[in-house]
Design a protein around this ligand. Structure first.
Ligand code: 5GP
Ligand code: ZN
Length: 118
């Protein structure tokens, strides 16, 4: 069973912000911003590559509710889902990072100069 499935099953404790029948929102253990919440489907899905449009539609509503609950709807935030090796995905259970609570930077996403790839 994967790490986030264990969090869903409460085998591993987490700081839960919001929960319904199908989704869970909990605080990232290593926050990269004042607010850093992970939103996951309770049913295991490896990544965004495999998620159904129906699950994403429901997840969209859930994420919007989380964003409103933690008070960052108006101030703004960023949604990130890392996918696979190049995306830097470390936990192979679909998750959306919801980050906010401060003005976010937009760092370089590759170590090399992006122009060098062309
Ligand atoms: P990824 O790199 O796969 O997009 O993101 C995985 C995230 O899960 C990381 O931001 C990491 O800090 C977080 N994380 C890893 N293990 C745990 C854990 O046991 N509990 C919580 N709450 N977050 C975790
Ligand atoms: Zn899982």
């Amino acid at each position: 069973m994967c790490l986030f499935c264990k969090i869903v099953n409460k085998e591993i404790p987490s700081n839960i912000e919001m929960e319904n029948e199908n989704f869970l929102a909990f605080h990232d253990i290593n926050p990269k911003a004042p607010i850093h919440i992970l939103v996951i489907p309770k049913k295991h899905v490896d990544s965004f590559n495999e998620v159904s449009p129906e699950t994403m539609a429901e997840m969209t509503t859930f994420i919007q509710e989380v964003v409103a609950l933690v008070g960052i709807k108006e101030s703004g935030y960023r949604l990130i889902s890392n996918v696979g090796h190049n995306g830097g995905q470390e936990v192979n259970h679909l998750h959306w990072h919801v980050v906010g609570g401060a003005k976010l930077t937009f760092p370089h996403l590759v170590d090399a100069n992006p122009q060098d790839f062309f």
